[in-house]
Design a protein around this ligand. Structure first.
Ligand SMILES: Nc1ncnc2c1ncn2[C@@H]1O[C@H](COP(=O)(O)OP(=O)(O)O)[C@@H](O)[C@H]1O
Ligand SMILES: Cc1ncc(COP(=O)(O)O)c(C=O)c1O
Ligand SMILES: [Mg+2]
Length: 269
């Protein structure tokens, strides 16, 4: 038996809901063989749950990528990247591997935290990774930062404007996640492939237990692409997968509630 192989270049969320943990669980739920190259380790203060991010040495990231890419990867994603050096390395290695199914989740913020992680990474992601991405999945804040629009994105028109700029910067397909942040009675994401804008609607779930939703969504797109699904179908399937995961989000402690990564297969099939 052979399996489709998926790779995530991402950080470890020690709490298990987001980052590499979310990606591997999601890859598994999609019957793909998940592999990882770790960029950073995120720990939380037991009191207050403030996140601490420790990047991994770039030479060690290189060894991980060499290991994983040597087996031949069907689709890959990146999440939290840590440093500009790691972004440059990832761009170089993915290019050398001719990885055409690459999903860039341009993680700049963690939910529940106000600070922007490593703001110096934004330019490097825009210049080096966007042009290689088959799909990119910014949230409203990340889309604003990547596109450099004049102010925060507040509505679907603003999402369209940012999506066109991000597409122009080189990403072949752009999905801007409106999620909870967008004032709307549905959970809206905007898809743009350079030709048409498609508004993806999901039930908006009234919960704060959605930690890891962004990572899970991007990992589900990646796994669908690994199985050979066309991009639009991969994104639509991933939206259903993450909506179920959020619907069954649960309380880990008084500070955080992760999504249930396996909810779609458990309850929606
Ligand atoms: N409360 C919610 N109810 C339903 N879908 C949601 C909710 N929050 C986010 N989503 C969806 O989950 C996916 C991930 O989005 P989001 O959580 O906003 O990303 P990020 O974690 O990167 O900020 C998107 O498809 C978004 O529309
Ligand atoms: C390692 C890591 N990657 C990514 C994220 C972003 O998570 P989300 O899927 O909620 O956007 C987090 C948030 O804590 C994280 O710790
Ligand atoms: Mg995110």
């Amino acid at each position: 038996m052979t399996m489709k192989k998926t790779l995530t270049l991402a950080g470890s969320d020690t709490s298990g809901g987001a980052g590499q943990a979310a990606d591997l669980k999601t890859f598994q739920e999609h019957d793909t063989y998940g592999m990882t190259a770790l960029t950073s380790i995120v720990t939380m203060d037991p009191q207050g749950w403030h996140h601490n991010v420790a990047p991994i040495d770039v030479n060690l990231v290189e060894k991980q990528l060499d290991t994983a890419l040597s087996v031949g990867i069907d689709a890959a994603k990146s999440g939290m990247l840590g440093t500009v050096d790691i972004i440059e390395l990832g761009a170089k290695k993915f290019k050398e591997a001719n990885l055409d199914k690459y999903v860039l989740d341009p993680v700049m913020v963690c939910k529940g935290e106000d600070e922007v992680l490593q703001p110096e990474n934004t330019d490097a992601m825009r210049e080096l990774l966007l042009p290689q991405a088959l799909v990119t999945t910014p949230n409203l804040f990340e889309a604003w930062q990547l596109a450099g629009t004049s102010g925060p994105i507040k509505d679907i028109e603003g999402m369209k404007e940012a999506a066109a700029i991000i597409h122009e910067l080189g990403a072949k397909n752009v999905v801007i996640k409106g999620g909870k942040a967008l004032q709307h009675d549905k959970a809206i994401d905007l898809f743009y492939d350079g030709k048409e804008y498609i508004v993806l609607e999901g039930d908006k779930i009234n919960t704060t237990y959605n930690h890891g939703a962004g990572c899970t969504f991007a990992a589900a797109i990646t796994a669908n692409l690994a199985h050979g699904k066309p991009v639009k179908e991969a994104v639509t399937n991933a939206k259903a997968f993450v909506t179920a995961a959020i619907k069954h989000g649960w309380k880990l402690n008084e500070y955080v509630g992760p999504v249930m990564h396996g909810a779609y297969n458990k309850f929606n099939k």
